[in-house]
Design a protein around this ligand. Structure first.
Ligand code: ADP
Length: 452
């Protein structure tokens, strides 16, 4: 074969080998690249879902818009506060950017613009962060915080201060005016009867101010959880009977028949004597104030299943249906003049409600205008509280309230009596059963006599 042919064959052979090698290498590189791509994709997926998980778990609402102003993502918290996040940033501004200063701040590309959005009871603090302003548009991140509770508290605080000032100003004005008239006229120029009347007005309004201040102090100590209590198991019937007897004098002034009907065998409840007395005094005193002369007011005490109830029923003016939802609000009065005439502060029922809740009890109202009113307080029996507290202690879910604290103390004493040394959370089921048997088996009379 001529040398040239050999040379050509060798060249072709080398080219084929090089091509095959290159092909193999190209395939390997492609496989490697595909592997890398798959790994990168998986990494992006993990990172994205991790980012979504983190975004979803934070309490702060986050909505993101891309450079074209389109919605990219809205986390769980944002969807709770804004259930249908606007699809574009322009729509978002339309819906939530009523504040002119905020809008212009956003349009001028300020890196941070803040506004407060209010609708009905909702109050949101919206913070728009703008990044990368340029020809291609900017990314926008909307951070949303729910301020509804704080906003409501602030509104209530302002309203409360305004009410207190008004309530204090009214009797103070009377005291000032009447004492001025006594000074200016000179005692000699006024008849004894007129002087007596003026002094009576001054005295009545000073008493009203005193009552208002003491009610306010009580409410403030309840708010601050600083109300001093001595909670113990006790017989509510005895206390209620005593209170009714003490109020007979007030009833007689209006010739109202005040009766107290108590069922037999009322179970013991956890109570603070002073607080329970205050609840009943306020309810009976209202029943007497808002009832006509010669009518009847009755107090009933009974027990249903695991609750002890007491009911104060009158034949008075009743409370209009539309006012019933507000009856426990501070300073709420159905009839302003009627309440003031009786020296009312408008705080009595709000104090009652707070004290009732302190006992882990509830209060219901049933009233028909022109026919009468019935307030019913339902308290859990001591047995029920003990059983629930035992369960909560074992499950480590006990609440931080005064009734639970008193019941927990009684349970510790019972456990000691039974020789149980284990902590609540590591108590065996037989130890728990032994305690439950004692709680359920003890008759109320035995519990009370043990208490005494
Ligand atoms: P007040 O000091 O004005 O009596 P309360 O908080 O005790 O304040 O009661 C709030 C308002 O509820 C009263 O002003 C009165 O209008 C109404 N009210 C309370 N109890 C009765 C009742 N038994 N019958 C009719 N209206 C009542």
């Amino acid at each position: 074969m001529p040398t040239l042919v050999w040379i050509i064959l060798a060249a072709v052979f080398t080219a084929i080998l090089t091509w095959a090698g290159a092909q193999a290498q190209f395939k390997a590189t492609r496989r490697q690249m595909a592997r890398k791509l798959r790994r990168a994709e998986a990494e992006v997926r993990v990172n994205t879902s991790e980012a979504e998980r983190i975004l979803g778990s934070i309490e702060l609402g986050v909505i993101a818009y891309n450079t074209e102003g389109r919605l990219v993502t809205a986390n769980r918290a944002a969807r709770i506060l804004i259930p249908r996040p606007p699809k574009t940033f322009r729509d978002f501004l339309e819906a939530y950017g009523q504040d002119a200063a905020f809008r212009s701040s956003v349009f001028l590309g300020s890196p941070l613009a803040v506004t407060v959005y209010r609708r009905e009871n909702l109050c949101l603090r919206l913070q728009v962060q703008t990044r990368g302003v340029g020809a291609g548009g900017a990314n926008r991140l909307v951070l949303i915080q729910d301020f509804s509770r704080q906003d409501k508290e602030e509104r209530m605080r302002k309203e409360f201060v305004a009410n207190v000032s008004h309530e204090l100003k009214t009797p103070l004005t009377t005291i000032k005016t009447y004492s001025e008239s006594l000074i200016d006229w000179g005692l000699a120029e006024k008849s004894e009867e007129a002087q007596r009347k003026d002094l009576q007005r001054i005295y009545d309004d000073s008493i009203r101010m005193e009552k208002l201040i003491s009610d306010l102090l009580l409410l403030s100590s309840l708010d601050a959880r600083g109300f001093h209590t001595t909670v113990e198991q006790g017989d509510p019937a005895w206390l209620i009977r005593q209170t009714c007897e003490r109020m007979q004098y007030q009833a007689e002034e209006k010739q109202i028949e005040l009766s107290c009907q108590i069922m037999n065998n009322i179970p013991a409840v956890y109570l603070d004597r002073a607080a329970l007395e205050r609840i009943l005094t306020n309810l009976v005193s209202n029943a007497l104030k808002y009832s006509p002369e010669k009518s009847k007011v009755a107090v009933y005490v009974g027990a249903v299943r695991e609750e002890v109830y007491f009911k104060v029923k009158d034949q008075g003016f009743g409370i209009p249906a539309e006012d019933q939802a507000h009856i426990f609000d501070r300073f709420f009065r159905v009839d302003q003049t009627g309440s003031r005439q009786h020296g009312g502060t408008g705080l009595g029922l709000s104090i009652v409600k707070e004290l009732v809740e302190l006992h882990r009890a509830r209060i219901d109202l049933n009233s028909v205008l022109g026919q009468g009113t019935e307030f019913t307080v339902m308290m859990p029996t001591a047995k029920k509280v003990l059983r629930e507290t035992l369960h909560a202690l074992i499950e480590n879910e006990a609440q931080q309230d005064i009734i639970t604290a008193a019941a927990a103390e009684d349970l510790s004493a019972l456990a000691r009596q039974l020789g149980i040394v284990a902590k609540w959370t590591s108590m065996t089921s037989s130890e728990k059963q032994a305690l439950e048997t004692i709680i359920n088996a003890d008759s109320e009379a035995e519990l009370l006599s043990a208490q005494a």
